[in-house]
Design a protein around this ligand. Structure first.
Ligand SMILES: [Zn+2]
Length: 168
């Protein structure tokens, strides 16, 4: 950007002179990569690639530990790493945009829970990284925190009126 003449860091090579960096940048393709400021772990590679880099996959599995499905306890390492909002095609959860390959859009899903999402009419959102909200075809909402042993909580949906004559 020509802001100063400090050396630039070329990944895998080390510092290079500013003039050389500017020449490289002119002919290059820019990719945004977000890293954790403390650990340096890659958290977000945007839409540059579908498959998460190994460090990002490890980060998500360390965070979530078990399947992100409601009430499911399949260990994360036996799950698929699912893009919460689909990377390809039209998102089923009515997101206006396709999903990214990022910590906030990846979570482990067992094959059973993956099918609920793909074919079962369930929709899934990741409210914040590591917190998953499922909407069932029956109109129920469950919030799952797989990093807390798959803790699952049913949310009030306000969609269903309380029956006048409860069955008890
Ligand atoms: Zn599952």
């Amino acid at each position: 950007m020509g802001l100063d003449d400090q050396p630039a860091e070329l990944a895998g090579l080390g510092p290079i002179p500013a003039e050389q960096a500017r020449a490289l940048a002119l002919g290059g393709t820019w990719r945004r990569i977000v890293t954790d400021p403390v650990t340096g772990t890659v958290l977000d590679v945007g839409r540059t690639r579908y498959r998460p880099p190994a460090a990002l996959a490890e980060h998500v599995l360390a965070r979530d530990q078990v399947c992100a499905g409601p009430g499911c306890s399949v260990p994360g390492h036996r799950c698929d790493l699912d893009h919460t909002t689909e990377y390809h095609g039209t998102p089923a959860n009515r997101s206006p945009l396709p999903g990214t390959t990022s910590a906030g859009n990846l979570g482990p899903l067992s094959s059973r829970c993956h099918r609920l999402k793909t074919d079962g009419g369930f929709t899934l959102r990741q409210v914040t990284p590591g917190v998953f909200e499922w909407h069932t075809p029956a109109g129920l909402t469950y919030r799952v925190t797989p990093g807390q042993n798959g803790h699952t909580r049913k949310l009030d949906t306000h969609h269903h009126a309380i029956p006048d004559n409860p069955p008890f």
